[in-house]
Design a protein around this ligand. Structure first.
Ligand code: UDX
Length: 442
């Protein structure tokens, strides 16, 4: 929305949220989330044509177009628990729009939702045949965290789905007109609502499937001595395949991938498509396996006991350039290491506040330290969880001196210079590549 405000000074954009504290943060000098470039965008348009407000009803009343981006977490109760999307906030919003409107409006679905959810919204807002008419459209968001401003400024495509009725098509044109302010015409795709909703889900499924594919091969490489990065490079140079999303690691995290796969799995089961459901379940299964395998490798390398050992986690965010820790593989790995009675020191340039919330229940088994050198002090091992660029540039000689020997590095993101670390004395365990170790069995 901040980018829309920036690119379209002729529109007034107001963001509303039921959490007044959050709105106050958005109105302050310290925005509540870290996203490269966002501060500059918000500062340049806030108070001009971008506003943040906790007055939801008044702003619904005044708006011509409403973008709905409420959260749709995985449902944790009742039918579909652990798989289906929890649509309670979505439905509440629909009812709130209906109550607060006295003129027709365009409602745009921005949250990633199971296919045909817009229909629920449409049924609620158009429930009175003699009442107002609302057009409900789908305009999925394809941005990735950490590159959001770039992704929005130069999108691969913008997708707008509507009903193919006269009023649906007119509403669709209004949304297309917003994006035409900066997105080339050929990159704006229009479709029916259902195809648009499904496209977003399937995009995330394809991306997560590529990660599980390469991670499954990383397990095979570790057993056979091949190097997964070399394999990925050779495979990715085939232009039919492409080189993106082929980095083996500790498994995908983030708020979208797992949730979206489970959503599709649940829908497939509802339609009796068991084989399709099983196929996609495999992507999640490999992701869980990759995290567990990482912990097992650590345990085996460190003489089958982690009890009382200090392990430093380099990074806790689910990926670099964000403070977001939702579904971060680091969280799972941290819990499993603590099951083994390891003591953890967590460091991360942006995610420590969220890490502290996530790990609040573990008492003094875990410490938090901003400086990576301090964090590694007295540790038996470092485990790289997030591919922050700054971790490449550290003085590992200095770190080595501060650690307990034999010192271990488990590079869960394959970002470090493994040979150089090995030459310094570290025992180095990358993902999907042979380990470099001084600990030869006699
Ligand atoms: C994703 C989609 O990319 C985006 O289009 C959609 O709108 C929302 O979901 P995001 O969750 O922000 O975006 O992050 P993404 O860059 O896709 O990374 C997801 C996870 O996969 C991260 O944990 C990342 O570290 C991991 N990943 C990514 C890999 O392990 N290997 C790769 O090669 C790429």
């Amino acid at each position: 929305m901040a980018v829309i405000a920036l690119k379209c000074p002729q529109y007034k954009v107001t963001l509303v949220d039921s959490n007044a504290g959050r709105i106050a943060e958005w109105n302050s000098d310290r925005l509540p989330i870290y996203e490269p470039g966002l501060d500059e965008v918000v500062t340049s348009v806030r108070g001009k044509n971008l506003f943040f407000s906790a007055e939801i009803e008044k702003n619904i009343h005044e708006a011509d177009i409403i973008f709905v981006s409420v959260n749709t977490p995985t449902k944790m109760f009742g039918v579909g628990a652990g798989m289906a999307a929890d649509l309670q906030y979505w439905e509440k919003t629909a009812r709130q729009i209906l109550t607060c409107s006295d003129q027709p409006k365009i409602i745009v679905e921005k949250s990633t939702l199971p296919v045909k959810t817009a229909l629920t919204m449409e049924r609620i807002v158009n429930s009175d045949p003699d009442g107002l008419h609302f057009d409900v459209l789908s305009n999925p968001e394809f941005l990735a965290e950490g590159t959001a401003i770039q992704d929005l400024s130069e999108p691969d495509r913008v997708l707008v789905g509507s009903r193919l009725t006269e009023s649906g098509l007119a509403a669709r044109q209004e949304i297309v007109d917003i994006y035409r302010n900066w997105v080339p015409e050929e990159k704006i795709l229009v479709s029916d609502v259902w195809s648009s909703e499904l496209s977003k889900l399937v995009s995330n499924l394809f991306l997560s499937q590529r990660i599980s594919t390469i991670n499954s091969i990383s397990a095979f490489c570790e057993k056979t001595g091949a190097d997964v990065a070399r394999v990925a490079k050779a495979v990715g140079m085939d232009h039919r395949i492409g080189d993106k999303f082929l980095k083996a690691g500790i498994g995908f995290g983030g708020s979208c991938f797992k949730k979206d796969i489970l959503n599709l799995v649940y829908m497939c089961q509802t339609y009796g498509l068991e084989e399709v459901a099983d196929y996609w379940k495999g992507v999640v299964r490999i992701n869980e396996y990759q995290k567990e395998r990482f912990v097992t490798n650590m345990l085996q390398a460190m003489f089958n006991t982690l009890a009382g050992k200090r392990i430093c986690l380099f990074g806790f965010a689910f990926k670099a350039d964000t403070g977001d820790t939702r579904e971060s593989a680091a969280f799972y790995i941290a819990r499993r290491l603590m099951d083994e009675q390891a003591r953890l020191v967590v460091t991360d340039p942006k995610a420590l506040p969220n890490a502290k919330i996530d790990l609040a229940g573990f008492g003094d088994a875990v410490e938090f330290e901003r400086c990576p050198y301090e964090a590694a002090e007295g540790c038996h091992a470092i485990a790289v969880m997030t591919e922050w660029l700054q971790y490449r540039a550290l003085d590992y000689q200095k770190i080595y001196k501060r650690m307990v020997k034999p010192a271990f590095i488990f590079d869960g993101r394959n970002i470090l210079d493994h040979k150089a670390l090995f030459d310094m004395g570290f025992n180095v365990y990358p993902v999907g590549k042979p380990a470099l170790t001084h600990l030869h069995e006699s």
